[in-house]
Design a protein around this ligand. Structure first.
Ligand code: EPZ
Length: 446
């Protein structure tokens, strides 16, 4: 299994570019199911989850082409024929977001067979709200042998029917739930009103792609979205957003190392909560424009509390990275996790490096500054791995970070990007390359 070897102590200096957003790319790729025509997506990050989504669509009969050369962040998807509307367990178990095909398959084909996503390191993560809402639109969904067997009855013999518009109020805010139902509603009969929706930029990105495909949507980015169903969607070309979580992670890397880092090719409008918190901690952050920000750490950070919220609040996907920063801040920081019930897996690994953190329920108390020393540590999930890399960048000595395949799920060539601004980091093992001819690593457990 791949490892990172990181020697700490170097301030990060220079410019680092952000890749496209994984959490936009995944629903946008699933949206290709809704049309018989080609969809070309640009700014697609070369990360393992995208490779998994490519495999999922290809297994259902879609033609998915990753472009070469300068356009290697382009992917073209044609779902002209969807011979097998099934999301198999072998793929779904490696990535929960695979369940995002449920809504589009029901909307397009009237039938879907999707493996239930199993447990996840950060929490139970059920998809009951997806199922309940699709049932309101006329889907009949039964669970059998670990699969959701879903179909829309037409009431005429065995012929499948079309989803019907409905008024849906989500019991709680769910990002992929909002995205799944948005994709179901665009081809439904009549109007759908979605309330208590997620307002994340990734939802807005998906709605923009669907609109480019001919969908009729209002209110994306607010908690109420109205969709007027249409009979058919056409092809489109669309450039997805930069990854705001990667951008936030890099801003923290600049602050924690006391560096001077420009984070470019990002969308600063999506970074409000993270930038505000960094400034509260005493880091200087200059917004250089709509697509770049500069962070000057001065090595003296002040403690500040965070409480994770839905967008535009402080993102849960930045909680672990922020905790690494808090270990270096003067005073006591309270880190409250409100979205997922088990998202402190990184705490014990940070404590192994010398951090002073106590967990009580959904709150971690971080006392700093702690002198971190290098250690062998292990990644447990995508964002936890980012926090260990950040801690190793300031620890004395050489840390060994194991199971970095977790990080490859959502960060594109992170070791090259960090080395490009002065980090001493190297990978032991194979660099992740998204090409068909390298299936072997996909056998690694999720
Ligand atoms: C999305 O996950 C992101 N994943 C996650 O990013 C992110 O952490 C999360 O939103 C919150 O921002 C993708 O976009 C692919 P939710 P999602 O449904 O949609 C509960 C990363 O690191 N819930 O908004 O699965 C759920 O258990 C990943 O890139 C139900 O109870 O999250 C959680 O406690 C990790 N029933 C809360 O709602 C449901 O049917 C919010 O989850 C759905 C959700």
């Amino acid at each position: 299994m791949d490892k990172f070897i990181i020697r700490g102590g170097n301030p990060l200096v220079g410019t680092v570019r952000v890749s496209g957003a994984k959490n936009s790319a995944l629903p946008c790729m699933a949206a290709a199911i809704l049309s018989e025509e080609e969809i070309t997506l640009e700014n697609i990050p070369q990360v393992r989850d995208i490779e998994t989504q490519r495999r999922l669509l290809a297994s259902m009969g879609a033609a998915v082409a990753l472009h070469e050369g300068d356009a290697r962040d382009h992917v073209t998807i044609s779902c002209r024929s969807l011979s097998d509307p099934v999301a198999r367990y072998e793929i779904v178990k490696t990535m929960r977001a695979s369940s995002l095909v449920l809504g589009p398959l029901l909307a397009r084909a009237g039938v879907a067979r999707v493996a239930m996503p199993g447990g996840c390191a950060i929490g139970g993560r059920p998809i009951d709200l997806h199922i309940k809402s699709l049932e309101k639109m006329g889907a009949v969904i039964v669970q059998e042998h670990g699969y959701l067997e879903a179909r829309v009855d037409s009431g005429v013999g065995s012929r499948v029917g079309r989803l019907r518009g409905a008024h849906i109020v989500f019991d709680r805010i769910t990002v992929t739930g909002t995205e799944d139902l948005l994709m179901a509603a665009v081809l439904a009969e009549g109007d759908t009103l979605l309330e208590n929706c997620a307002r994340e930029p990734e939802v807005v990105d998906l709605a923009a792609l669907l609109t480019a495909m001919g969908a009729k949507i209002q209110g994306a980015g607010t908690s109420t979205i109205c969709v007027h169903g249409v009979a058919k969607l056409h092809g489109a070309r669309y450039r997805i957003n930069p990854d705001r979580i990667e951008a936030g992670t890099l801003l923290i890397a600049g602050a924690i190392t006391g560096g001077d880092l420009i984070v470019a090719n990002c969308n600063t409008a999506h970074l409000g909560a993270v930038i505000a918190k960094l400034r509260e901690c005493g880091a200087r952050v200059d917004v250089l424009g709509p697509d770049a920000a500069r962070v000057h750490g001065n090595g003296r950070l002040r403690a500040a509390d965070i409480s994770t919220e839905e967008y535009p609040g402080f993102p849960t996907d930045m909680q672990a990275q922020y905790m690494a920063l808090a270990t270096q801040a003067e005073g006591v920081s309270l880190v409250r996790e409100n979205i997922f019930e088990n998202r402190f897996m990184h705490v014990q690994e940070l404590v192994r490096m010398g951090a002073n953190i106590k967990v009580d329920g959904n709150t971690a108390t971080v006392r700093g500054p702690a002198r971190l020393s290098s250690a062998a540590v292990m990644c447990s999930d995508l964002r936890a791995s980012a926090s260990l890399v950040l801690a190793a960048l300031v620890a004395d000595g050489e840390s060994v970070i194991d199971r970095v395949y977790h990080m490859d799920r959502g960060y594109e060539h992170i070791e090259d990007k960090l080395r490009g601004v002065g980090a001493q980091i190297q990978r032991l093992g194979n660099v992740f390359v998204p090409r068909q001819e390298k299936p072997s690593y996909l056998n690694q457990p999720a």
